[in-house]
Ligand binder design. Structure first.
Ligand code: GLU
Length: 266
């Protein structure tokens, strides 16, 4: 399981998401990608290897939008490759998904999508099944399509989902894979880990299992599996971004070893 970052707000979402992905690099990964809602529709760029490869790929493009999701992948289904890198899209190209974890029943779902709906797949991943499933259930109600797809999935997943028809909405789902929401001023974030967004926000929601979150730039609503809205206390992060990073040490393990005396004193 690797990294997810998502942003909705006034600033350029691609810069914020790529910066967030870099802050999760220490977790290790084999490829990276981003999906951005632009005025010309959904734009997806993804590349095997370092985030730097992705940055080089998009360097000459003027990518601009206010909604984006990004991913660093640690392959479980399908080799590390450009095609298997996330985000994955449904067949209309309108829906893009990033995913941490494993869809255990992906083979049954894939066979059903092929035989019942004639879906063609473009990757070997379990994640593409999620995107295609949401696409099949999407008839104008984005939230409903995500809920229906999740009801069919077994396994572990942290998801970020966006839809070109709804550039003002970001949906996230959590089951047995970490997911947090960052609460900004006129902007909101999702991430698989706090350091990804700590530069921008201190107030977060810790998302629990089987919850779906619907974010706009000015609102965050959390729903349980029965689609009922649930209340969550805001968690204030008191430690700073530096504490979450390597502070000059070459490796996180070295940093942790050197932090132990202070940790015990604290
Ligand atoms: N199972 C997915 C894949 O192989 C997601 C892996 C991850 O968590 O990075 O693409």
């Amino acid at each position: 399981m690797c990294g997810i970052v998502g942003y909705i707000g006034d600033e350029n979402a691609s810069d914020i998401v790529i910066d967030g992905l870099k802050r999760l690099e220490y977790r290790g990964y084999d490829s990276a990608g981003i999906a951005l809602c632009t005025k010309d529709g959904m734009m997806v760029r993804k590349k095997k290897g370092r985030i730097k490869n992705l940055e080089d790929m998009i360097a000459g493009e003027n990518l601009y939008g206010h909604l984006a999701i990004g991913h660093t992948r640690w392959a479980t289904h399908g080799a590390p490759s450009d095609a298997n890198a996330h985000p994955h899209c449904d067949r209309s190209g309108k829906i893009a998904v990033v995913h941490n974890g494993i869809v255990e029943n992906f083979m049954q779902l894939k066979e059903w999508l092929i035989s019942e709906h004639g879906v063609e797949f473009h990757s070997e991943t379990d994640t593409e099944v999620i995107a295609q499933l949401i696409g099949i259930f999407y008839h104008g109600d984005f939230e409903d399509a995500v809920f229906q797809a999740v009801e069919k999935m077994q396994g572990a997943y942290g998801l970020g989902v966006i839809c070109a028809d709804e550039p003002g909405k970001l949906i996230a789902v959590r089951k047995d894979s970490p997911l947090i929401v960052g609460l900004g001023e006129g902007c909101n974030f999702i991430a698989s880990d706090i350091p990804a967004i700590l530069k921008h926000v201190r107030k977060i929601y810790l998302i629990e299992n089987n919850e779906t979150v619907v974010l706009t730039a000015s609102s965050v609503k959390i729903y349980n599996a029965e689609r009922r809205e649930v209340h969550r206390e805001v968690f204030n992060v008191t430690w700073d971004a530096d504490a979450a990073e390597k502070e000059g040490y070459d490796h996180f393990m070295l940093k942790e070893i050197h932090e132990q005396p202070k940790g015990i004193r604290n």
